[in-house]
Design a protein around this ligand. Structure first.
Ligand code: C2E
Ligand code: CA
Ligand code: CA
Length: 761
């Protein structure tokens, strides 16, 4: 899977999980808040009803005071007829009941009296001498209503009081003639507010006026400092203070929080029906944060803890996953030794690159003799070398170019551009830089690389493997060279390759179906110009009649080992023809058959050879075995042993292609051969013009003669060649001048029936 897709998936899972966690937290918060709100609401209702109890008691007291005063008032009205002295005495008695600290009568006409408890009767008290608050309510009550004053400080009584004023009417009950005034200390109210509710709850209830000023303080008030109004201090938040002021103006009840130290208590503002007064109840037994709240907070805490733990687990899981994923990616996509891409990843990358643009060249490069470096200098040094290659490549590639290492010492590079010359130059530069880096690293060997390049074409878009395949094919060709070698892939290579593939996959079948045919080329005895032998050359006549020449498949068969089979097959086919001709009473000539190197070193070679000749009853002297000069590179003694065995059996041995390899002339004295075939390159145009060359050839012929080795010269194509080779004393000539290799049937017709005639064409 693609690296980016995996990353995206992991990201998706992470985002998904994180969203779920956030959602859970939000849901739980909403739940907690709403439960808390519901709890608060229900508590507030409870608090309000408690404060209401105080309110009812408070107002009941006022009602009862007014009621008492009204009763006195009716008494006053009744006693208007009696004398003023009696009236004042009656008033004194009434006040003796103790409900009021003072009782007074203020007539509109100025006939005033005041009864002060335990201080006796004061007559003619001037209205202007009484407290202004009292004056206000007295005057107001003259208008016919019962009035209650604000709280004020009574100088005479030395306490805070309120005043009730009840209008007094004349006999006719039509006119207010004065008012009866009761002055009441606040003790009774304090008592009420300090008392318990029916439910035995003890609230801290304070009485405040319309401006928020404290009238009475609860005995167990939690407000320690002296403050004039409820709005002072930091007990109530600023925001709430302004809301409270507003609510008080509107005469509404209100709930808030009252903060003392670290605790905030629920507070309830409950309006009284009089003078804008309020009762303020603070439940000091209970902080705003109720048990439910604490329970919720605990649950929330646990919940958040669990979620956090889960999130932590998920996060570390993600990290592990990410790390594992990275490790997997590293394993799946990268070469562990060099850190470069591995082949699979590289293949993906070039496929991607080619989809957008075919302007690329693919390079495959390999280190020459890497296995020796490995063996001679150790794996560690060899590994360092591989790392060095990647390091150098990395320095030279540009953006968009890719590279990888594959199976040991093979490297692939995707280079931009497909201009052959430019690519060749760049690659040479890179390969030389690698070689240079290695020699600078004090390596004790010289490093060379070979490389195959394929430039991309439109067709490679669909299949990058095509391009890889072509570059690899070019690499095989480059291997043949020396030093830093670069080979470009071309169509000719492709043809060769497909032919080779065809040959390899069809060779066995072709052998079975006898598609390999013997062609014979005569060997002419120079001087007499008579046929002295022939060389058997293989031709592959395919099912469709087309002919494949040996240079197209022999090198391949030599590599894949099939040559051994083919050579023995050729021996058998040749024997078949010889047998046929002998049976027909024809005079046969020795036939030379090419023998490949691998065959020559097989232990059962001689045995198998004899088995064939015996099968067809062919005398072995009729078979000349052509061995290649290249064989000499190996052990000469071993070769001579085989030659000896073959000689014993009667076979003749010919050394083929002499003069093309590296062996010196003295090889002729070392090998026990019957014949030497001088390579046709001796007769090339250039050499024919070269006198020295001619002298050399002549001397080789003479040397062979001295060693009793017969000489055959190949490639006699012209009359000139023929004359020359005849002159220098060569025994035999072979070449197109006499005949091309021809099918056996044709050979039979041309050379065997007319055996006594001249073979010259
Ligand atoms: P070779 O053994 O040196 O065979 C001689 C080659 O020279 C033949 O090519 C022949 O056709 C060619 N030739 C003959 N006269 C002339 C001439 O005047 N001018 C020129 N230019 N060429 C001439 P051919 O048949 O294509 O065979 C090529 C090579 O393939 C042979 O070289 C031999 O090495 C190998 N070969 C052919 N048949 C067999 C076989 O059955 N077994 C093995 N192991 N190798 C074979
Ligand atoms: Ca030959
Ligand atoms: Ca030859």
């Amino acid at each position: 899977m693609d690296e980016q897709i995996i990353q995206k998936r992991i990201l998706k899972v992470t985002i998904g999980t994180a969203s779920i966690i956030i959602l859970l937290i939000l849901c739980s918060l909403v739940l907690i808040i709403s439960i808390n709100e519901a709890d608060k609401d229900s508590y507030n209702a409870q608090l309000k009803s408690l404060v209401n109890e105080y309110k009812i008691n408070f107002e009941r007291q006022i009602d009862s005071d007014i009621q008492s005063l009204k009763t006195l008032a009716s008494f006053v009205e009744h006693s208007q007829a009696v004398s003023f002295r009696n009236f004042t005495k009656g008033l004194d008695r009434a006040s003796g009941e103790g409900q009021f600290q003072k009782i007074g009568y203020y007539s509109k006409s100025g006939k005033n009296v005041r009864v002060v408890l335990s201080k006796g009767i004061e007559e003619k008290v001037d209205l202007k001498d009484v407290n202004v608050e009292a004056q206000k309510v007295i005057k107001k009550s003259w208008e016919g209503e019962v009035e209650i004053s604000e709280v004020y400080w009574d100088q005479q009584l030395k306490e805070k009081v309120i005043v009730y004023a009840v209008p007094i009417q004349d006999d006719t009950k039509q006119k207010v003639i004065g008012s009866l005034v009761g002055v009441k200390g606040l003790d009774i109210f304090s008592e009420i507010l300090n008392g318990e509710t029916i439910t035995k709850v003890n609230l801290d209830v304070d009485w405040i006026n319309a401006k928020g000023k404290f009238v009475t303080w609860s005995d167990h008030s939690i407000i320690k400092e002296k403050m004039e109004t409820i709005h002072e201090g930091d007990y109530i938040s600023k925001r709430n203070k302004s809301i409270i002021k507003q609510k008080m103006k509107e005469r509404k009840s209100y709930f808030s929080e009252f903060q003392v130290g670290n605790t905030s208590y629920p507070i309830c503002f409950q309006p009284l029906e009089l003078n804008g007064w309020y009762l303020v109840g603070i439940d000091t037994s209970k902080s705003v944060k109720s048990p439910v709240y604490f329970m919720l907070i605990t649950i929330a805490g646990i919940f958040i803890l669990v979620i956090t733990l889960c999130a932590g687990a998920i996060f570390s899981g993600y990290k592990i996953l990410h790390k594992n994923n990275e490790e997997l990616i590293q394993l799946a996509y990268y070469d562990q030794l060099t850190g470069a891409f591995n082949f699979e990843k590289f293949r993906d990358e070039i496929q991607k690159a080619l989809t957008y643009n075919t302007n690329y060249s693919l390079v495959v490069t390999n280190i020459r003799h890497f296995q020796y470096i490995n063996e001679l200098f150790g794996v560690k040094k060899a590994d360092e070398l591989l790392e060095m290659v990647i390091k150098t490549v990395k320095q030279y590639v540009i953006e968009g170019e890719k590279y990888c290492r594959y199976q040991g010492d093979q490297f692939y590079l995707l280079l931009r551009g497909n201009n052959r010359e430019k690519i060749r130059q760049r690659l040479f530069y890179i390969l030389n830089a690698i070689s240079k880096n290695i020699s600078e690293s004090k390596a004790e060997y010289e490093l060379n690389l070979y490389a195959g390049i394929a430039t991309s074409q439109e067709g490679d878009k669909a299949c990058s493997d095509n391009l890889i395949h072509k570059a690899e094919f070019a690499l095989k060709q480059a291997k043949e060279g020396h030093g830093n070698t670069i080979k470009f892939y071309n169509e000719r290579m492709h043809e060769i390759e497909s032919l080779q593939n065809f040959i390899e996959s069809n060779m066995n079948q072709a052998l079975e179906q006898e598609e390999f045919k013997v062609y014979l080329q005569p060997k002419i005895a120079l001087g007499s110009e008579k046929i002295a032998g022939a060389e058997a050359l293989v031709r592959w006549i395919r099912g469709d009649g087309t002919m494949v020449f040996p240079d197209q498949f022999i090198p391949l068969f030599e590599k894949n080992g099939f040559c051994a089979e083919l050579d023995l097959y050729m021996v058998e086919q040749t024997c078949k023809w010889l047998r046929k001709w002998m049976d027909e009473g024809k005079e046969v000539v020795p036939i030379s058959i090419n023998q490949s190197k691998i065959l020559f070193y097989k232990s059962d070679y001689v045995e198998r050879l004899c088995a064939i000749t015996e099968k067809y009853h062919i005398p072995n002297r009729l078979i000349t075995l052509e061995i290649l000069e290249g064989l000499m590179a190996r052990d000469v003694d071993k070769l001579n042993q085989t030659i000896q065995q073959l000689h014993k059996k009667g076979f003749r041995i010919s050394l083929d292609d002499f003069g093309t390899g590296y062996s010196s002339l003295n090889i002729l004295s070392k090998l026990d051969i019957d014949e030497v075939k001088l390579d046709r390159s001796f007769l090339s145009d250039d050499l024919m013009k070269n006198e020295t060359q001619k002298v050399i050839l002549k001397n080789v012929v003479n040397l062979a003669k001295d060693l009793h080795i017969e000489t055959v010269i190949e490639g006699v194509e012209t009359k000139e060649h023929h004359t020359f080779v005849e002159q220098i004393g060569c025994y035999y000539g072979q070449g197109y001048f006499y005949s091309k290799p021809i099918p056996c049937k044709e050979f039979e017709e041309k050379f065997m029936e007319s055996k006594r005639e001249s073979t010259k064409q």
